[in-house]
Design a binder for this molecule. Structure first.
Ligand SMILES: CC(C)(COP(=O)(O)OP(=O)(O)OC[C@H]1O[C@@H](n2cnc3c(N)ncnc32)[C@H](O)[C@@H]1OP(=O)(O)O)[C@@H](O)C(=O)NCCC(=O)NCCS
Length: 140
């Protein structure tokens, strides 16, 4: 008996995963150079006014706080791209805030509030004299 022609299997669209993670390391020496080269326009492209104020208020370690935030933003963008590949916020749309105990969290400013997808983000950052590092988890 002739075999039935095979129907092409419908392509299943792979759903984005529910969890994403991201990590980033920033070398202080390179970050210092980028900041010196880019000046205020670089600051505005990367950081919100609140983040700049947070770092400036801790002037002796200002660079560390900025580098930590830079790493945090990169880590968040990596984590977010795994749970929502259509979403790539600009660096200054990813804001690091600290609560009164110093714990960091992320506020995203990339879409009108009504259209923001529900994604929870968790962040941790650390810095020493020469490097800053951050890791992020995104949960859809
Ligand atoms: C909070 C603590 C873990 C930070 O560690 P550290 O080695 O001093 O600093 P690191 O460079 O590793 O990390 C600094 C970052 O940790 C984050 N951080 C600060 N306090 C934090 C906390 N309580 N929980 C989680 N993250 C915290 C901040 O993002 C900070 O960077 P930022 O100021 O630029 O935003 C440390 O100070 C500690 O163990 N303190 C004792 C416990 C304590 O004081 N808890 C807070 C009151 S309950």
């Amino acid at each position: 008996m002739p075999s039935k022609p095979r129907r092409p299997r419908a392509r299943r669209r792979r759903a984005a995963p529910l969890f994403g993670c991201g990590v980033d390391v920033v070398e202080l020496s390179r970050f210092r150079q980028a900041l010196a080269r880019g000046g205020e326009p670089f600051m505005r492209r990367i950081f919100t006014a609140q983040e700049a104020a947070y770092a400036r208020a801790r002037r002796p370690t200002m660079l560390l706080h900025l580098a930590g935030r830079f790493a945090a933003k990169e880590a968040v963008i990596k984590a977010l791209s795994q749970v929502d590949p259509t979403r790539a916020p600009a660096m200054n749309q990813v804001e690091v805030r600290n609560d009164r105990l110093g714990r960091p969290s992320i506020v995203l400013h990339d879409r009108p509030r009504a259209r923001r997808k529900r994604v929870r983000l968790h962040i941790s950052l650390s810095h020493v004299d020469t490097v800053a590092v951050a890791s992020a988890i995104a949960i859809r």
